[in-house]
Design a protein around this ligand. Structure first.
Ligand SMILES: N[C@@H](CCC(=O)N[C@@H](CS)C(=O)NCC(=O)O)C(=O)O
Length: 228
């Protein structure tokens, strides 16, 4: 821009963010038994089975589940590869999060159905949000977060990163996300950046976690990608 010239954004540019429909579409990952996971997510989490497809020529099947239709909600896309019954989840993928008005009640219900609670409900260490952790049949972790009400219960994907600033820049520049919250918990030696296309109570966000001094994680072969 030439020195002295006024920065007047065009009307078109000002209108563009209002029409911006970018959002989190689905998370793709692999499971060892499609029906087992569908049963767990529908019965324990209250997700709906949205659709299933079988691609025999490529020897895999998919199932899409979520808390509402794909047109308006973030959903999971499970992949079952014929004959492959287990995967290595790696250390880079952290968890998905589900918002619920009563974490204690949800944990009780999940436990009654035989679910594996790996962290009992209670305030997060160093904070006040009530959380719990549940492990699904393949070992994927789901964090349950207490929230009064939310348009999108499947509200977070947590990934561990080796350099928070580098990752924040990547998601800003490559995918147009914004940092909606940053938290540093030096007493627990980690920092997080919540990134997304809207505030964290309105939509799904990416929770990037940096553990002090940890610069590398393993990817495994189970978690595939998030589509936007
Ligand atoms: N070392 C942790 C750092 C992230 C972390 O601790 N996150 C919080 C949630 S934001 C947590 O899991 N807290 C465990 C607790 O409160 O028991 C990791 O890599 O998962």
């Amino acid at each position: 821009m030439a020195e002295g010239s006024a920065a007047v954004p065009s009307t078109e540019l000002l209108e563009w963010p209002k029409k911006d429909k970018r959002r989190f579409l689905h998370a793709v990952y692999r499971v060892g038994d499609l029906d087992r996971t569908i049963k767990f997510y529908t019965e324990c989490f209250g997700m709906k089975l949205l659709r299933k497809r079988d691609i025999p020529e490529e020897k895999y099947s998919n199932a899409f589940l979520g808390f509402g239709p794909e047109e308006s909600h973030f959903v999971v896309e499970l992949t079952y590869n014929y004959g492959v019954t287990s995967y290595d989840i790696g250390t880079g993928f952290g968890h998905f999060a589900i918002a619920t008005p009563d974490v204690y009640k949800m944990v009780e219900d999940i436990r009654a159905k035989g679910g594996n609670i790996t962290r009992e409900p209670g305030p997060v260490k160093g904070g006040s949000s009530v959380i719990a952790f549940v492990k699904d049949p393949d070992g994927y972790i789901f964090e349950l977060i207490q929230r009064a009400s939310t348009p999108e219960p499947l509200c977070q994907v947590m990934l561990r990163v080796g350099d928070l600033d580098r990752s924040v820049k990547f998601y800003e520049k490559a995918l147009g996300m914004k940092v909606v919250k940053k938290v540093d918990r030096p007493e627990y030696k980690y920092s997080i950046a919540m990134m997304g296309y809207a505030e964290e109570h309105e939509t799904t966000v990416l929770e990037l976690t940096y553990n002090y001094g940890v610069t590398e994680y393993t990817k495994g072969n189970a978690y595939a990608q998030v589509c936007f």
